[in-house]
Design a protein around this ligand. Structure first.
Ligand code: MTE
Ligand code: MO
Length: 335
């Protein structure tokens, strides 16, 4: 069932947009037959997910040379990170996705993401670091302590899954980047390629996808950089070659296709904050008691399980992460 709710941020956004820009934008929309700006926000308004997952297109990945890190997987499982529920089927996790660069429907990424070239892939470390530098993804992956962790994932839209991610603690990446003591946040930016992701031509959407964490969050043991899943290199629709997993936060924090880490002393404006600050905040910690302005967060539909289950505070990771927020009681921690 598709629930269409007019996004509340649409109104203030239109009010602050200069008339001329709106006019041009409408022409662009009409001319190119692109989705409306409301459609972009409505992407986070989808109702219940379908039970059947899409199947990746057969040609997916054919354009690429074999992944140079393939022989590294599977990696040893870290026994301290397990979930007391069955792991979600790989076809579901790789077939039902949010990756708005490739479209707003849940089966768009599995069909379209093969177009993204992921080798060569440079990752840059910028801003408040001892010395800015760029690392090739394969050099980076080989320098990191790889392990597997079974993690929950909870989208703000109320669907969830449990996946065996492979990768390394973000703490190891921060040590590798050598930020200065002035850095308080790390900003992650995804790729920008309008030629393969036509929606990125929408100049009023704040591409590239951007997220951020405080340094304390980034160096918490739960914060994980994902390079593989299900014993193999990560699928492109799940964010290859590098994505974030912060399982106590809503899924939109988990940036896919990361190209840049920028260290700064200013709290960044993220992609979703720029689209709708009244609905999407910086901290975005999971809390079943704090509803999204347009729906309840009390329960979630575990993909493949066929029923809803109660959502847990910090998505079940409170023991490890709650102390990060003890001094921030006056902030909007849960949206
Ligand atoms: N670059 C990028 N990263 C992204 C998104 C996106 O649209 N673009 N969507 C986010 C959202 S809302 C969610 S829920 C997760 C979905 O991850 P999955 O498709 O692997 O389940 O990716 C997050 N990372
Ligand atoms: Mo999400």
């Amino acid at each position: 069932m598709l629930v269409r709710v007019k996004p509340s941020w649409e109104i203030p956004e239109r009010e602050i947009t200069p008339e001329r820009l709106v006019f041009n934008r409408r022409n662009v929309l009409k001319g190119a037959g692109l989705m409306t700006i409301a459609g972009v926000a409505a992407a986070c308004d989808r109702g219940s997910p379908t039970q059947t997952a899409g199947t990746p297109a057969p040609e997916a990945g054919l354009a690429d040379a074999p992944d140079p890190t393939a022989s590294l997987y599977p990696v040893p499982r870290n026994a301290s990170y397990t979930v007391d529920r069955e792991t979600t089927a790989e076809e579901i996790v790789a077939g039902y996705n949010n990756y708005y660069e490739f479209g707003v429907d849940k089966d768009d990424p599995a069909r379209e993401a093969h177009k993204l070239p992921i080798r060569p892939w440079a990752v840059s470390f910028e801003g408040m670091v001892e010395k800015p530098f760029t690392a090739d993804i394969d050099t980076l992956i080989k320098a990191m302590p790889l392990e597997e962790r079974v993690y929950r994932h909870r989208c703000v839209e109320t669907w969830s899954f449990i996946a065996p991610w492979a990768g390394f603690p973000m703490k190891a990446l921060i040590d590798y980047a050598k930020p200065t003591s002035a850095a308080k946040y790390v900003v992650m930016k995804s790729w920008m390629k309008p030629e393969i992701a036509p929606d990125q031509a929408q100049f009023w959407v704040p591409w590239p996808y951007t997220e951020g964490l405080s340094i304390e969050e980034a160096t918490n043991d739960v914060t994980f950089m994902v390079t593989g899943a299900y014993g193999k290199p990560l699928s492109k629709q799940n964010g290859a070659p590098l994505r974030l997993a912060t399982p106590w936060k809503y899924g939109f924090k988990s940036t896919k296709g990361i190209q840049k880490f920028i260290f700064t002393n200013e709290r960044p404006t993220t992609y979703w904050m720029a689209l709708g600050a009244r609905e999407y905040g910086f901290w975005a910690n999971v809390n079943p008691q704090v509803p999204h302005p347009r729906w309840s967060q009390a329960s979630e539909e575990v993909l493949g399980l066929g029923r809803r289950v109660p959502t847990l505070l910090y998505n079940g990771y409170g023991e490890q992460v709650a102390s990060l927020y003890s001094g921030l009681v006056n902030e909007r921690l849960f949206m």
